[in-house]
Design a protein around this ligand. Structure first.
Ligand code: NAD
Ligand code: DAU
Length: 360
């Protein structure tokens, strides 16, 4: 592993991973390709450790000529593919970009890797295409169902999940048909620094700080398997270093509160760390709003395979992770102000919550 193409490295998990990799792998160079959609931001890449080993390239993963050129110019030997449209609610209203980036973009990268690595004689050795995916490809669990395993059948429910499932299938197919060396990880809900404030945890923190309503979808009893983003980054690096090619691994936090419990938890943390807030107790801001169409009820990951084979388990408890996250947002007002000015943030928020109607 020397020349790593990270796609989507200006987004939430990608930028955390770029930081983590620069800190923990001292002999690599990162080529960070990102289209800087509404979700990507150069502010996420401020103050990188050892920035001389990081090159940012503004571009689209669907651009075949650009990707071919990057493989040639930088002798890419490893791809870590994060770039995606990632927000389920947006996929329900406007699925087109999800099909384009998540399906066609992944296909474009796979084709480029095949051309660069396999169509030489002999093929380039010691290369790897690592695909980042989600637990949502497995569908929704009932209350007593066992957690998702790597061999759980795919049953994606939203356009986002279906587009990620399609991309996973393409990666496997390129491994099976052409012998493309790949690994794949399916991870549960991440939270932590630099997460775009359309997602549950940062949205609730920022709304609560301003005394705005905290919109809980449906009955708030949906369950997600929350993982602190740095723990996800550690798992990905372990897979890159140690996992046999052709394997997939489930990654999860083992924390499975309901959405309402998460929001109440954040309110309690804010009551403590912002003791003079005029909005205290923050839980008074909670509002039940119309549910997400097709809302998956419960996700849970069985992490037995990655724990046994690679010795990974999450380091952060939910309590530690949530406290660290709240503090990070409190300490990064400039980042928040910059992100709010970007793209369609305001318009999206108004549109999403207008569709969810009045309080129930
Ligand atoms: P994000 O939306 O914060 O970031 C996505 C990044 O991809 C942005 O920087 C964006 O500019 C870039 N991008 C989008 N379209 C692009 C294109 N066509 N070409 C180049 N760059 C493009 O997403 P995230 O939450 O950091 O998720 C990263 C990856 O992890 C995604 O593949 C997602 O499916 C997966 N994942 C996310 C979670 C989670 O909880 N956030 C959990 C499991 C898996
Ligand atoms: O499970 C992994 C997935 O987690 C990733 O693949 C996705 O990229 C990522 O966005 C995330 O999807 P979710 O839909 O689970 O995340 P989100 O933060 O949008 O919502 C988490 C839960 O909170 C979900 O049940 C919907 C609910 N919710 C969300 C928002 C934004 C609310 O109740 N109110 C809200 O305002």
């Amino acid at each position: 592993m020397k020349n790593i193409l990270v796609t989507g490295g200006a987004g939430f998990i990608g930028s955390n991973f770029v930081r983590y990799l620069l800190k923990n792998e001292i002999n690599i160079h990162i080529y960070n390709l990102d289209a800087l959609t509404y979700a990507g931001s150069l502010e996420n890449l401020d103050n990188l450790p050892d920035p001389s080993r990081h090159t940012f390239i503004h571009g689209d993963i669907c651009n075949r000529e650009l990707i071919d050129q990057l493989f040639r110019q930088y002798a890419i030997d490893t791809v870590v593919h994060f770039a995606a449209e990632s927000h389920v609610d947006r996929s329900i209203f406007e699925p087109d970009a999800f099909i384009q980036t998540n399906v066609f973009g992944t296909f474009t990268l796979l084709e480029a890797a095949k051309r660069a690595w396999l169509e030489n004689t002999p093929p380039i050795p010691d290369v790897r295409f690592h695909h980042i995916s989600t637990d949502e490809v497995f569908g929704s669990l009932k209350e007593d169902d066992p957690a998702f395993r790597e061999d759980t059948p795919y049953a994606p429910n939203s356009p986002y999940a279906a587009s990620k499932a399609a991309s996973d299938h393409l990666v496997r197919a390129y491994g099976h048909t052409y012998g493309l060396p790949y690994t794949l990880t399916n991870c549960s809900n991440n939270y932590g620094p630099y997460q775009f404030p359309e997602k549950l945890i940062p949205l609730m923190i920022l709304n609560a700080l301003e005394g705005k309503p905290l919109p809980v979808y449906g009955d708030g009893k949906q369950v997600r398997d929350w993982l602190y983003v740095e723990d996800h980054c550690e798992a990905i690096l372990l897979v890159l270093r140690q996992a046999p090619l052709g394997e997939s691994y489930n990654i999860g936090g083992g924390n499975q509160p309901t959405n309402l419990e998460i929001v109440e938890n954040l309110c309690e943390i804010l009551d403590e760390v912002v003791p003079h807030s005029p909005y205290k107790p923050h839980r008074q801001l909670i509002r039940f709003v119309a549910d997400r169409p097709g809302h998956d009820r419960r996700y849970a990951m069985d992490i037995g395979k990655i724990s046994t084979q690679l010795g990974w388990k999450p380091r952060h408890s939910l309590a530690e992770g949530l406290l660290a996250t709240v503090k990070w947002y409190l300490e990064h007002e400039e980042w928040i102000a910059a992100i709010r000015q970007r793209g369609d943030f305001k318009a999206w928020m108004q549109r999403n919550y207008a569709q969810r109607g009045e309080e129930k």
